[in-house]
Design a protein around this ligand. Structure first.
Ligand code: HEC
Length: 143
């Protein structure tokens, strides 16, 4: 038990170090696009880790998503789109809930929090993303 806690603690430290290294702001729509690709990769890895019951990777993945969605929130807030910023806040909160559920060993709460997180992707994309020639971008007129 103690050893497990130590391992969990160590992985949180590693996750925090990764987060600090990446805490740059999203300064342009190109950065935003790159950030979303990172979200896709991280969310995919998180889902696989959940299925595999790989707690360390779930903890580091959720920490990373919290950090990224805080940057996404700032991106929209500084560009005066508060409704989009609010969805990003929800996404960060849902990622945090996954982490908290795992730490509390409340395993039955993990899947609902994951679904809540996935729902934020969907609702923000419906509202603010458009597909043009097979590519996606921020909807025209939003910024
Ligand atoms: C607050 C709004 C918001 C949230 C929340 C959000 N996205 Fe996005 N996402 C966007 C917008 C706007 C675009 C279009 C920008 C672009 O493609 O350049 C986008 C684009 C993307 C892309 C396409 C990138 C590319 O060009 O290939 C992926 C993949 C993506 N999002 C994944 C996710 C996933 C997975 C989640 C949830 C875990 C998520 N997003 C949550 C707003 C959001």
């Amino acid at each position: 038990m103690h050893k497990q806690l130590l391992v969990a603690f160590a992985s949180v430290l590693v996750a925090s170090a990764i987060v600090v290294a990446q805490s740059d702001e999203i300064g342009s729509v190109e950065d935003y696009d790159a950030t979303m690709k990172e979200v896709r990769t991280t969310f995919g890895a998180l889902n696989s880790a959940m299925d595999a019951r790989d707690g360390d990777t779930v903890l580091s993945g959720t920490a990373k998503l919290v950090e990224i969605f805080e940057q996404v929130e700032a991106f929209w807030a500084t560009r005066n789109v508060p409704a989009a910023a609010a969805i990003a806040t929800e996404a960060a909160a849902a990622a945090n809930e996954i982490r908290a559920a795992l730490e509390a060993q409340a395993f039955q709460e993990i899947a609902p929090a994951r679904d809540a997180l996935a729902a934020t992707c969907q609702s923000c994309h419906d509202e603010y993303r458009e597909r043009v020639d097979g590519d996606t971008r921020i909807k025209a007129g939003v910024l």
